[in-house]
Design a protein around this ligand. Structure first.
Ligand SMILES: C[S@@+](CC[C@H](N)C(=O)[O-])C[C@H]1O[C@@H](n2cnc3c(N)ncnc32)[C@H](O)[C@@H]1O
Length: 397
């Protein structure tokens, strides 16, 4: 087993900070460099991590003892490192491995720390302790007493606690559901989530002082991409915009487990038939910026592709459904040169393909907005998405 000497660690850290600076477009601020130097990332990773050679490849275990150099390279790469799969229950089939905890990519960690706009003495609540690395950086900057981190998974929480302790940090590590916040230490100046949400829990707003900031990765059922930075008002609400690009593990308590042929499409459904000129790839295989905007119009719709569905005259089918499973649409391409007309089947109280067509028309009519033109307002009564200005809003299901 290779032992990694301090000079090797220092070289690796320097390379990592350079990669982060390139991502940020400027040097990492001195206070965060100092925090990174005092918080070696490899000391927060478990001996077994999961890596994949590229996005389409399944995750496979990498054990520190067996592959020390690969393990160490992952610790100092500007990449997320998966530290738990399938909530700690390893699947029999490796292709079923799905990340449930990770050390986020360092460039995103430092981007989020910057976006938080921290100052000495601020009190922070982190949702998703994971490895404890981010909580350690926060503790270095703000002091242990000002940092609380919540982790839903007991094994992950215990590991975070012991890694923090072993590296000289002692923020409060709570094992629990972060969607409830942590009222014992409220109010906070900052709440930062490191798992993504499709609904911003209102408790986070209640537990943040007016003028305080909530930063959370955003995802919806159509796409995920973006960090949402909300400022809490003194009217009980919060409002803010997105910074594009970022994909995080979805908050456990906001997961769906919807299967098309188990929960949505039933044998006795008799869908209506029509045609559409809207290319299904234009809405469900378009650039992430487009899908992000469409997701903000579509709210609770999700989609799944079905290639070669073994149906006469159908090469590819796009399924679209509501998250309550009551309405669905299927849009078929026949595999010919025809890219003008597609057959549409719809079932349920909502005409979901008509909703997709309306969202796409809205997107075109408004100059093809990307995430930088969208925003969100959260009140005790719900969430409103908006385009350009909070007055131009619609309720988000
Ligand atoms: C990307 S990882 C966190 C990375 C972490 N901040 C670090 O520095 O390593 C996301 C974490 O959120 C946790 N999580 C998911 N849902 C949660 C919830 N409802 N409450 C608290 N933690 C949650 C996951 O178990 C996972 O450990």
């Amino acid at each position: 087993m290779t032992t990694h000497q301090p000079d090797l660690e220092q070289t690796a850290l320097r390379g990592l900070l350079q990669a982060v600076s390139r991502h940020l477009g400027h040097d990492v601020a001195p206070e965060w460099c100092r925090a990174a130097e005092a918080t070696p990332r490899h000391r927060f990773l478990p001996d077994r991590i999961w890596l994949s050679s590229d996005d389409d490849e399944p995750l496979t275990p990498c054990d520190r003892e067996r592959e020390p150099d690969r393990w160490f390279a992952a610790a100092y790469g500007d990449v997320p490192v998966v530290t738990q799969i399938n909530d700690g229950h390893e699947p029999e089939d490796a292709s079923d491995a799905s990340p449930s905890s990770s050390a986020s990519a360092p460039s995103v960690v430092f981007q989020m720390l910057e976006l938080l706009g921290l100052a000495p003495g601020m009190r922070v609540l982190e949702i998703g302790a994971g490895t404890g690395f981010n909580a350690a950086l926060l503790s270095h900057r703000l002091g242990d007493v000002n940092v609380t981190t919540i982790e839903i998974d007991p094994t992950v929480a215990e590991l975070a606690r012991s890694s923090l302790r072993a590296n000289g940090y002692a923020p409060a590590v709570v094992c629990g559901d972060g969607s409830l916040g942590w009222s014992a230490e409220a109010p906070y100046d900052r709440v930062v989530a490191t798992c993504s949400v499709r609904q911003v829990p209102y408790t986070w707003i209640e537990q943040t002082r007016p003028g305080g900031v909530i930063l959370t990765p955003w995802c919806d059922d159509w796409s995920h991409c973006g960090l949402l930075r909300l400022t809490v008002g003194d009217d009980g609400g919060a409002m803010g915009r997105y910074t594009p690009d970022s994909a995080f593990i979805l908050m456990r308590t906001q997961r769906h487990d919807l299967r098309l042929f188990r929960d949505v499409v039933m044998d006795d459904h008799v869908p209506t038939e029509s045609t559409t000129t809207l290319d299904p790839w234009a809405v469900a295989d378009s650039p992430i910026e487009t899908q992000f905007a469409l997701g903000h119009r579509l709210g609770d719709l999700w989609y799944a592709w079905h290639h070669d569905p073994d149906l006469d005259g159908v090469d590819t089918r796009l399924w679209v459904a509501t998250t309550d499973g009551t309405s669905w649409a299927a849009v078929d391409w026949d595999g010919t040169d025809n890219t003008e007309h597609y057959t549409v089947w719809q079932h349920g109280p909502r005409r979901v393909w008509n909703e997709v067509e309306a969202a796409h028309r809205w997107w075109l009519d408004n100059g093809r907005p990307g995430p930088d033109r969208l925003g969100l307002t959260v009140t005790p009564n719900g969430q409103w998405a908006w385009l350009d200005h909070p007055t131009n809003s619609w309720p988000l299901r």
